[in-house]
Design a protein around this ligand. Structure first.
Ligand SMILES: Nc1ncnc2c1ncn2[C@@H]1O[C@H](COP(=O)(O)OP(=O)(O)O)[C@@H](O)[C@H]1O
Ligand SMILES: [Mg+2]
Length: 469
């Protein structure tokens, strides 16, 4: 990108450049017009003025010429010094002989033209000359020659040029100032539109909200089109949610039933199972449970999207919540040789929360901890901080780096390129959402190679008050 590339310039600069250039072009055109007009008309004006002088001089010198009075003629010509631009003058008698003369600059030895050489007016060699017959009573009594310099005209044109440059400079700064003030009216609404687009791209903006831009100009049109586009996007999003909701709802029960049948077969209800069959059934159960978890997560997500998730809040003991959480995981922990530690469950802490949602969140935390821990232990620690009940899930597993932690509770990487140990990467997003809708929260601290600690917080139940803390 070269620094002078107009197309690469920010709009703010473009507007300023366009404004300043058009102001200057208009100004130059106006000045140039005056300049040319002056150049064309000034000689004519000068000539007229010179002709008037010649007329007056001629009229005044008839008596001197008639009476052959050189002295009076000389004195009369000397009055020309009242007009400093007249360079020289010469009076001739009717035979063309020089009668009297005048020159502004006494030192200059001017040659006065012979009568025969001259006719009318002419402009040459930087001076303007006029030659005129003098009549008295219908009879020619002599001739008059007048010469004036064009110095004055040059001075005037120089002044014009200076004034043009000066006004140009002043206009440049004024238009720059005005443009820098006015450009905001164009760029600011545009910035608002662009910022909103980026917010949406980053998933930070609710697409049901309208983009408000005042004004009915092109930027207003962009905002309007953008809102229409977002409306369509919302429709597509709704359709997607509906589809996921219907499909996952329809799939959830059959998958749960299949899992139940597999469990029954493994329990020997359908007869003796040989070791080969048991191996297959075990694998089928793992896959079936994974599918069930995925379907449940998708159903939760579609409910969150449609805004139909609500919390059913009652007093519930932390101990019960933990018991429900670990129920299905003791076996798999035994298989992985992981130690399960429970701390603080006997303290009788009561939570004021949606039991099923807390259990679902905790099950996800425990499931993740088991998944990501190859040896060592997983601890569930119950406690309280002020009026909040706290349940922590700590593991001695692989831990997470900063990048993973940064996007852990978002759904941006849902079904993304990242190869998870299992699952669709929706669990923590859902868990945090479930906590947030009941005035709780879910946070994490972790260190790569050492393990993680997920901290779930919900309001405590205060027996005296009968409500949340
Ligand atoms: N205790 C943990 N230790 C290490 N990594 C974890 C832990 N909990 C979660 N993670 C990481 O976060 C990801 C997202 O977890 P989650 O949202 O529950 O989705 P899922 O379990 O479906 O993959 C996991 O796949 C894993 O990479
Ligand atoms: Mg999970």
């Amino acid at each position: 990108m070269s620094w002078f590339s107009f197309s690469d310039m920010r709009l703010r600069r473009k507007i300023m450049v366009i404004t300043v250039i058009s102001t200057l072009v208009a100004l130059v055109m106006v000045c140039l017009t005056f300049f040319l007009y002056e150049m064309m008309t000034y000689p004519e004006i000068r000539l007229k003025s010179l002709a008037t002088w010649a007329q007056i001089m001629g009229d005044n010198s008839t008596a001197a010429l008639t009476f052959n009075d050189h002295k009076t003629a000389q004195e009369m010509l000397a009055t020309l010094k009242a007009n400093p631009s007249i360079l020289s003058a010469c009076l001739y008698d009717n035979k063309g002989q020089q009668f009297a003369s005048y020159q502004r600059d006494r030192a200059a030895r001017r040659r006065y033209p012979a009568v025969a050489e001259q006719a009318g007016a002419e402009s040459s060699g930087g001076s303007l000359k006029i030659f005129q017959d003098i009549f008295s009573g219908g009879e020619r009594v002599g001739y008059l020659f007048l010469e004036t310099d064009t110095e004055e005209m040059r001075t005037r044109l120089t002044h014009y040029a200076l004034i043009t440059v000066l006004i140009g400079l002043i206009s440049f700064f004024i238009s720059l100032f005005v443009a820098s003030r006015l450009q905001r009216y164009v760029t600011e609404p545009l910035h608002r539109v662009v910022d909103r687009m980026w917010d949406i791209a980053r998933g930070e903006w609710d697409i049901t909200k309208r983009l408000e831009v005042s004004g009915r100009d092109e930027i207003g049109d962009v905002a309007e089109a953008f809102n229409a586009f977002m409306g369509k996007l919302q429709t597509v999003k709704d359709m997607k949610s509906d589809l996921i909701s219907v499909v996952s709802h329809q799939l959830k029960t059959p998958v749960a039933e299949i899992n139940g049948f597999i469990e029954n077969m493994l329990d020997g209800i359908t007869g003796e199972v040989n070791s080969r069959q048991r191996g297959y059934l075990d694998q089928m159960l793992v896959i079936g449970r994974g599918n069930y978890k995925l379907i449940s997560d998708l159903l939760s997500i579609s409910k969150i999207d449609r805004g139909v998730v609500s919390a059913d809040i009652h007093p519930v003991s932390a101990k019960e919540v933990v018991a429900l959480t670990i129920r299905d995981y003791e076996q798999i922990m035994k298989e992985k040789s992981l130690i399960l530690r429970l701390e603080g469950t006997e303290e009788g802490i009561m939570l004021y929360a949606d039991r099923d949602k807390v259990v679902e969140a905790l099950r996800n935390l425990l499931n993740n901890a088991i998944k990501c821990t190859d040896s060592g232990s997983v601890t569930i620690r119950v406690g309280s901080e002020g009026d909040q009940g706290v349940i922590e899930v700590l593991d001695t597993g692989i831990g997470m780096d900063e990048e993973t932690l940064g996007s852990l509770f978002t759904r941006n990487r849902v079904l993304g390129q990242e190869a998870h140990r299992s699952g669709a990467g929706l669990g923590l997003y859902i868990s945090k959402y479930f906590m947030n809708i009941q005035k709780g929260d879910l946070t994490v601290t972790s260190e790569v190679g050492k393990g993680s600690c997920f901290k779930l917080v919900v309001p405590k139940y205060m027996k005296q008050a009968g409500t949340a803390a």
